[in-house]
Write a protein that binds this ligand. Structure first.
Ligand code: ADP
Ligand code: MG
Length: 445
């Protein structure tokens, strides 16, 4: 079977087609082998596909809630779908669960088309936004309800299964309790235990934390991640909360208006967003629009034939970009800040480094972004004279709002700033999200 991934340019990653699909299924114990990423032990590109969307569209009347989506969730992967409200996340999950059928395209489990397979026969466990526990049943009976279609796996008794699951979700000894006596986070863990009771192949969670307060959410997401890891169960998790998505996932799919616009590990999505939308949706960002200037307009001390020397002494290539009345140096090519790994979006832009779609030429239109932590008062390069509009003290950091040439900027500082300041950034910390060649050619978006 051919597997597809979706990247920012809509191109299919052909390397996936050459993968060895006969490898052993992912197991957490096997981390470090060829099927996982060395650094985090996450399921790598050689891991077989558990759930695949092949050109899936779901229409409600005129609305395409899900629009021509291709993606492949790997076995054992914690895969998160993130995007603003109404972008189609719940519909994606309902298509996996079998509560909805695609208008177009195919959903496959382990390579087999599951059209016509009813939800209860799909081996998926689902956890919804609101706990939906039965209030008139005990905690144990709620978990046992998950076994209504099947006997407990592994030949154990119902009671043993229920106890083991309550142990797994860190609620041992609560079987006889009334759900009302539990906290919101505990009730969601019971809902997870219920979804896991029949031993599903895939766990689906739809914004399971949205009803909880911030501190509980942080705790629960760690618990969910640890449950997922200990079982090695393929998990599709839906959230509108980008921080949650970054913190728990092996890979993240960012959705917008029914389309998947980037699929990549959290660090790639954060550092190398595939589009302006992703750059602004995931974390704070400063977005600059400019035009590639002729070579040599970056100050002579910093640039010679496209070479420059950074604050830390490294040589690198830069491209001069005129933004408002200032020419800024933006990194191009050279060593990419991180391996593009096996993922879609980064690969499309990697040949040119830091997001350029092709070799930049004078007059090309370009949009690039710089994270708030990369705008620094002590930077010698790309100095911008800006006015402080205000500052928010956030504990670990202070978020300072600036205006520069009529544009809003945000930076994170250790100390509050006031008045007029000069801030700069390293050219390598600028990431291009749109690059339109003057001849009307390639575009990165
Ligand atoms: P999300 O979970 O990201 O908030 P949804 O998948 O619930 O988004 O919805 C995506 C789009 O599809 C929205 O425009 C929503 O109004 C529409 N939609 C979802 N379910 C239905 C339905 N059963 N009937 C009609 N429109 C729907
Ligand atoms: Mg939803």
């Amino acid at each position: 079977m051919r597997s597809v991934t979706t990247d920012g340019s809509g191109a299919r990653d052909d390397r996936e087609a050459h993968d060895d699909r006969d490898g052993a299924p992912y197991s957490p114990e096997a981390s470090g082998d060829a099927t996982t990423d060395g650094e985090f032990g996450r399921p790598g590109p050689n891991v077989p596909t558990a759930v695949e969307f092949d050109g899936v569209t779901k229409r409600y009347g005129e609305t395409a809630a899900v629009d021509s989506v291709d993606l492949a969730v790997r076995e054992g992967e914690f895969f998160t779908v993130v995007g603003p409200s109404g972008c189609g996340k719940t519909t994606m999950l309902r298509l996996v669960a079998g509560f909805e059928a695609p208008t177009d395209g195919r959903v496959r489990f382990g390579g087999s088309d599951v059209s016509g397979v009813p939800p209860e026969a799909r081996d998926v466990g689902v956890v919804f936004q609101n706990y939906a526990l039965f209030p008139h049943l005990t905690v144990g009976e709620n978990v046992g309800y998950g076994l209504r279609f099947s006997a407990p796996p592994g030949g154990v008794s119902r009671e043993e299964r229920i106890d083991a699951l309550l142990e797994l979700v860190d609620l041992p000894g609560t079987s006889g309790r009334d759900p009302d006596s539990l906290s919101g986070g505990q009730r969601q863990r019971v809902a997870i235990a219920r979804a896991l009771a029949p031993g599903p192949d895939v766990l689906l969670l739809d914004e399971p934390m949205s009803a909880l307060d911030a501190r509980l959410r942080e705790r629960l997401r760690l618990q969910v991640r640890s449950i997922q890891r200990s079982l090695g169960i393929t998990t599709v998790y839906v959230t509108h909360d980008q921080e949650e998505a970054l913190s728990v996932s092996d890979r993240v799919a960012v959705m917008r208006d029914g389309s998947v616009v980037q699929v990549a590990p959290p660090r790639t999505v954060y550092r190398r967003p595939a589009s302006r939308f992703v750059a602004e949706f995931v974390g704070d960002n400063n977005v600059f629009e400019g035009v590639v200037a002729a070579r040599g307009t970056v100050s002579a001390a910093e640039s010679e034939g496209g070479e420059t020397v950074n604050d830390d002494g490294d040589e690198q290539r830069v491209v001069p970009v005129a933004v408002h009345d200032t020419t800024l140096a933006i990194g191009f090519g050279g060593g990419s800040p991180e391996r593009a790994d096996d993922e879609g979006a980064a690969t499309a832009t990697d040949a040119h480094g830091t997001g350029w779609s092709s070799t930049p030429r004078a007059g090309d239109r370009v949009v690039f972004c710089v994270r708030p932590q990369h705008l620094q008062v002590d930077r010698a390069q790309n100095r911008l004279r800006a006015d402080v509009e205000g500052a928010e003290f956030l504990g670990e950091t202070t978020r300072v709002h600036l205006t520069w040439s009529g544009q809003q900027l945000v930076l994170s500082a250790e100390e509050p700033l006031a008045g007029a300041v000069t801030v700069g950034f390293d050219p390598r910390d600028a990431h291009v999200v749109e690059h339109t060649a003057t001849d009307g050619g390639a575009d990165t978006s």
